[in-house]
Design a protein around this ligand. Structure first.
Ligand SMILES: Cc1cc2nc3c(=O)[nH]c(=O)nc-3n(C[C@H](O)[C@H](O)[C@H](O)COP(=O)(O)O)c2cc1C
Length: 257
């Protein structure tokens, strides 16, 4: 970091195969639209790593749900317990829990929520609930049938609020959610493996089942200015998140996991 840029990619570079497989093409017309192709890195269930591209508009274009703005947007502390009404008892439920500082992980979570809702409109088998990490409680985890956790990587780990959620809820639900399916979405500047590994380790402790590879989105933020700027994700990346949400809802609803 001697040149003032983050060096978050150092460890991941060793994990990335020499000929990464493109997953999506960056769109044009906004910040960070250029850059190398998306990459896949190897792991037990290999994470999908997307290079984020400029979007068609800010995440504000997505439906707002009370109490889950980014830290950048919300200003003073507020009660953010709400996050989408629980679905009727007959439906299974996907719980999407997120934290975000500058909007990337929030947009990913909202897109996944949209995808899950769309799926629910079709098969009415699994509803979805979207909650900010600080609002989520142990009983919310207990009430759900599967989970999608979306967070930024900060200092090679999960962001503090996401980690605090896991710290707060870990023991209250330990032994009570075993075998339930989960997936991860990580927003990172150029790495994301550290946060993905940390979250996977926590979920392994809960004996959750990783049913989808972690979706890691790299926003290419490296300088302090880029890192602190609000993030806008491209439609290609958001589509991947919608797919993940829809896939989780479909899988939970059909009971295949
Ligand atoms: C304090 C801090 C630490 C960060 N550490 C990392 C890191 O370890 N690895 C990385 O790839 N990106 C790192 N970043 C960049 C963010 O992960 C990136 O900007 C991401 O898009 C943030 O997601 P968000 O918009 O949901 O907050 C860091 C950003 C901040 C503010």
């Amino acid at each position: 970091m001697a040149d003032g840029r983050g060096d978050w990619g150092a460890e991941r570079r060793e994990l990335v195969p020499p000929n990464p497989t493109p997953l999506s093409s960056p769109s044009t017309g906004g910040r960070r639209s250029e850059g190398p192709s998306p990459e896949i890195s190897a792991s037990k269930i290999a994470p999908s790593v997307c290079r984020a591209s400029a979007g068609d508009g800010p995440s504000d274009a997505l439906p707002r749900i009370e109490g889950d703005e980014t830290e950048a947007a919300r200003g003073a502390a507020r009660d953010d317990r709400a996050g989408g009404a629980p679905y009727p008892a007959r439906m299974k439920q996907l719980l999407i829990i997120w934290h975000s500082r500058t909007g990337a992980a929030e947009a990913m979570a909202r897109a996944a929520f949209e995808g899950a809702q769309k799926q629910a409109e079709g098969d009415e088998a699994c509803g979805a609930r979207l909650m900010r990490a600080r609002a989520a409680q142990a009983e919310d985890l207990l009430a759900a049938d599967g989970y999608l956790f979306a967070a930024p990587e900060n200092l090679a780990s999960l962001s503090g609020e996401m980690k605090e959620f896991f710290d707060r809820c870990y023991y209250p639900v330990l032994g009570r959610i075993e075998g339930r399916p989960y997936a991860l979405m990580i927003a990172a500047g150029s790495d994301g493996d550290g946060a993905a590994r940390q979250a996977a380790r926590i979920c392994k402790g809960w004996r959750l089942r990783d049913v989808q590879p972690p979706l890691i989105v790299n926003t290419s933020a490296q300088t302090p200015e880029e890192i602190l700027a609000p993030k806008v994700l491209g439609e290609d990346v958001l589509a991947r998140c919608r797919e993940l949400g829809a896939g989780m809802a479909a899988g939970i609803g059909s009971g295949i996991w």
